[in-house]
Structure formats: structure tokens, C-alpha cells
Design a protein around this ligand. Structure first.
Ligand SMILES: [Fe+2]
Ligand SMILES: [Fe+2]
Length: 135
């Protein structure tokens, strides 16, 4: 059973964004499975690294869409992105140094953050961008 079950309630109906969100969900599920399977530290570290990098890619793409269309909620949204990137980058570094273990607490933090962000903060831009013809 995956940690996050993707269903229609996650769809924002913007094709590129939905695809990227699905990939983030896949990476978090992969990390969860690696943790449960007791995978070696370097394997887990590689998945964490991919998650951090892909999160940055997704946030950049989203922010470019905001800038292109003058989304009024952009500033606060970008702040939220920045805080999360800082947190997971720190987590990734601490993990590599052996200062932090992957745990259900960490997994639930990742899950809760992503789900809340997609269904709350991201959902807020949908009607604005739809009105601009973004799909
Ligand atoms: Fe976002
Ligand atoms: Fe997003």
C-alpha cells in the first residue's frame, strides 16, 4: 500500500502540473518503500536527492507560470516553496552526514506537506490560471 494514493482529488486540471505532482508522489512513495524494505543508506540517499532536485524543478516551473501570467498570490506561494526546499535540503544533508534517520515521522511530514500544498496553496491558483487559458 503506497503512502500516498493518487486520486482525482489531486488533479488541478493543468496537464504539466498534474504530471509533475504525480512524479513527486511517486518519489515520496518510493522513499517510503525503500525505508520499509531497509534499503542501504546510499540507495535511500539517492532517492532523497532525486526528491529534492525534482521538487526544485517543479517549483521553478510553477513559479514561471505565475510570473508569466502575473498571478497575484505569487509572493506568498514562492515563500512557501522556499521554506520547503530549505527543509528538505537540510534533511538531505543531515541524512548524508548520518545525523538524521529516515522515519515515519519524516515520511508523514513529506506526505502532509505535499498533500496540503497541492490541495490548498496550489489549488488557489487554478481558477486564476484557468481564466488565463492555462491548461
Ligand atoms: Fe506550489
Ligand atoms: Fe505544485
Amino acid at each position: 500500500m503506497p503512502l500516498i494514493n493518487w486520486d482525482n482529488s489531486y488533479n488541478l486540471n493543468i496537464a504539466k502540473i498534474d504530471m509533475q505532482h504525480q512524479k513527486l508522489v511517486r518519489l515520496i512513495n518510493e522513499l517510503h518503500e525503500a525505508m520499509l524494505a531497509g534499503k542501504a543508506k546510499d540507495k535511500v540517499g539517492t532517492i532523497i536527492f532525486s526528491l529534492v532536485e525534482y521538487t526544485k524543478t517543479h517549483f521553478n516551473d510553477e513559479e514561471q507560470i505565475f510570473d508569466k501570467h502575473g498571478y497575484p498570490g505569487s509572493f506568498a506561494h514562492k515563500q512557501e516553496h522556499k521554506r520547503f526546499v530549505n527543509e528538505i535540503s537540510k534533511f538531505s544533508n543531515d541524512f548524508d552526514k548520518g545525523d538524521l534517520m529516515l522515519s515515519m515521522k519524516v515520511m508523514n511530514f513529506l506526505k502532509d506537506w505535499l498533500v496540503k500544498h497541492i490541495k490548498g496553496t496550489d489549488k488557489n491558483y487554478v481558477s486564476f490560471l484557468a481564466a488565463k487559458g492555462v491548461k
